[in-house]
Ligand binder design. Structure first.
Ligand code: GAL
Length: 450
């Protein structure tokens, strides 16, 4: 196992050795890297539900289609060497289920060989691997049979996870079963803005329950298969965590809905994986004792804050209105830049008593100076949370390279490295160099803290 899994005591000592100057110092063995997902970077994932959806007019901004994306399916070595040159010691990526199992029950050995090479390349460069099994996309055959709405998906996901554990398990340091379950459930089944465009609270939480069950089954399968081979896998999810504050802080109703939505969106899924009790609004509460304790770490994806207000005319969204705060700095997608939020979120997951990895954090911007400020201000808050006792063991910036931002297409620029989509050239941004310097020194540069 890589050395990111350093004990608490060692960090404690290190903090003391720094004479109290704790907020800008990261622990030895901290994992530093960037995150991506298959559909957003690989290109030509022609066998999944997103691919089909993108071909329909009006679905993705500017008529963009993922197409070749960053062509990382072919250019991974070059991209990983670049990450290594930038000092990254870890990398998060996802496997494309539709490549590994292109037809129900038929597993493709070529895809496995490809991912063995991808992960082997990372390992040979000295980069620890964090592997996501599901990052929003589904094989076409699965979508056609009802996807995550159907109870069968749980067993199908377990079978896929088993196959991956057997074939690739020796090359994986950290496992993320599901990326952002609540984002997937709400975008695709409540707000209906992603495929399959359903708009129902009941369906959204039915999906959330299936995601929780599928995670639980995969968690045990990975542990069982790899422990039998003498390995000690670490398995979790990547949970999108959003700060919800009341629109009108003086309103008791707004405060009540803000805390309610925080519980539902941020905590109910983590709670299910902690206690085994799946308690989601409007769907039957279920308990599965085997789901309890199925996280070895908590993966936190943090981007922004939303203000929430009570609105009697919105039963379809549980009487909740959402808005972005006015007069604040925003990214190119209109999301508030709120560094304090990452501190608040980290403090809020302390209750689970598990190690934490920041599995995503980043900014869509064409102003790289803004990305530099984002990086430093957020890492400063991460350092504060570490100093205040949160066991944070790694940070994965979203993203290594610009990529296909789902419904928003190619316009948002999240990369530390720019991609020229016409030529597939990679252009390292100054923010990537700054990140590299932070990694090298394990601290935040004084001049950027002003
Ligand atoms: C996350 C998601 C990523 C990426 C990022 C930026 O919700 O996991 O795939 O798109 O947001 O919006």
């Amino acid at each position: 196992m890589h050395e990111g899994l350093e004990g608490k005591g060692a960090r404690e000592e290190r903090r003391n050795a720094m004479g109290g100057d704790v907020w800008r110092v990261f622990p030895e063995g901290f994992l530093w890297g960037a995150a991506t997902s298959s559909h957003q970077v690989e290109g030509n994932n022609v066998n999944n539900d997103w691919w089909d959806w993108e071909q329909l007019p009006g679905k993705v901004a500017h008529g963009d289609k993922s197409g070749d994306a960053c062509d990382q399916y072919n250019r991974y070595r070059q991209d990983f060497e670049m990450a290594r040159d930038l000092g990254h010691n870890a990398h998060r990526l996802s496997l494309e289920w539709s490549r590994i199992e292109p037809e129900e029950g038929r597993f493709d050995q070529g895809a496995i060989e490809h991912y063995r090479d991808v992960l082997g390349t990372l390992k040979s460069l000295g980069i620890a691997t964090m592997v996501t099994l599901h990052h929003f996309t589904n094989p076409r055959w699965l979508a056609a049979k009802g996807g995550w709405l159907r109870p069968e998906v749980v067993g199908l996901f377990e079978r896929y996870s088993r196959h991956v554990a057997v074939e690739l398990g020796d090359l994986v340091d950290l496992w993320v079963t599901i990326n952002e379950p609540m984002v997937y459930a709400t975008q695709s089944f409540l707000f209906g803005v992603w495929p399959p465009e359903k708009k129902s609270v009941v369906l959204a939480f039915r999906v959330a329950k299936n995601l929780a069950k599928a995670h639980g089954r995969a968690y045990h399968a990975i542990h069982e298969l790899l422990e039998a081979r003498g390995m000690r896998p670490l398995v979790g999810i990547a949970k999108n965590m959003m700060v919800f504050d009341p629109k009108r802080p003086e309103s008791r109703w707004d405060r009540a809905v803000a805390s309610k939505i925080d519980r539902i969106f941020n905590k109910s899924f983590l709670d299910a994986l902690t206690t085994g009790v799946m308690a989601f609004p409007l769907v039957r509460r279920e308990t599965d004792p085997k789901l309890a304790g199925t996280q070895d770490f908590i993966g936190v994806n943090y981007y922004s804050r939303t203000l929430v207000g009570f609105n009697i005319r919105k039963p379809q969204t549980l009487f909740i209105d959402m808005a972005v705060k006015e007069d604040v700095e925003k990214n190119n997608l209109g999301w508030e830049i709120y560094p304090k939020g990452i501190y608040r979120i980290l403090m809020s997951v302390k209750e689970y008593g598990l190690p934490v990895y920041i599995t995503e954090n980043g900014i869509a911007t064409t102003d790289d100076k803004q990305r530099e400020r984002f990086l430093v201000s957020h890492l400063r808050e991460v350092a504060s949370a570490i100093a205040d006792g949160v066991d944070v063991r790694g940070y994965f910036h979203w993203s290594l390279v610009d990529n296909f931002e789902w419904k928003e297409g190619f316009t948002p620029r999240f990369g530390l490295v720019e991609v020229d989509y016409k030529t597939q050239a990679r252009i390292v941004r100054p923010s990537a160099r700054l990140y590299s310097e932070i990694i090298r020194t394990g601290s935040l540069p004084q001049e950027h803290l002003q």
